[in-house]
Design a protein around this ligand. Sequence first.
Ligand code: ADP
Ligand code: MG
Length: 326
Amino acid sequence: PRLANQIAAGEVVERPASVVKELVENSLDAGATRIELDIEKGGHKRIRLRDNGSGIAKDELELALSRHATSKIATLDDLEQILSLGFRGEALASISSVSRLSLTSKPNSQEQAWQANCEGRDMAVTLQPAAHPDGTTIDVVDIFYNTPARRKFLRTEKTEYQHIEEVIKRIALSRPDVAFVLRHNGKMTKRFNAVGQDQLAMRVGQVCGQSFLQQALHTRCDYDGITLEAWLGDASQMRSSNDCQYSFVNGRGMRDKLILHALRQAYESVLASAEQPAFVVYLTIDPREVDVNVHPAKHEVRFQQSRLVHDFICKAVCDALVSTEE
Ligand code: ADP
Ligand code: MG
């Protein structure tokens, strides 16, 4: 099973940031409202996540570390979602096959916390009692230690850490109600306090910076069941735009060409600027109007009525930009 897991790992574990993404998504699935990450050496040395989610019962720890059909499928709709995300039910098994992983957890209903470690050639799982508050800690050490070919592809500490920060910023923008703390080599680099769903602006400020928030143009519009809420950077911020270009469709981070194109077109026509604007855009649309299966790994979507969506975004952004020109 180890080889199969390592092959699967090739799909799911591209670099430390992909491990972080899987771990954080699991914490969110477990209802965590606080997620702390300790990273050492850009994740090369260690990725440790602690959460206050529902935890994993002692007799489910071993299962969590083996490839399994995920238990997270409740409805057919879910199934489609999960298939579209890909690689469900094998992230932890994959990660543990290319690292030294330990999993410590305590559900609220259990008196004692337990720790699971994978060891030896056959990755036998050993369990031992541990001290841990309600929730889960996952410690991923020496990623790719046993797959030198993959290790070669790791970039510098700094680059890998930037990728990790990006993952956290993107997720944090979609879950303002969850607190995130990120440390690198023992030093805190990011801290996003939880805010209400109706205080999205505060989270945008935490993630993209107060100066972006203060200068950005905020707009919110509805049309035919589509809602757009956006913070749009002005021309003076365009040079740093690479730091801040985020779009979300129904709460999920997307690198969507259509949204980017619509924004560019609006900036070009109003400000005569061909540069890339900084933005945070949330689009809410009937899920039946979106096909998320186009390219799960690349986070692309296809809109049934793409022209309509494009023109709606373009018009909304134009209107917002024009209103400040006046
Ligand atoms: P999947 O998320 O698709 O089910 P994973 O390999 O990512 O598969 O996780 C395996 C299982 O481990 C999950 O189904 C869940 O039951 C459990 N699990 C993983 N991380 C956590 C966590 N932080 N809190 C609670 N349960 C977790
Ligand atoms: Mg998972």
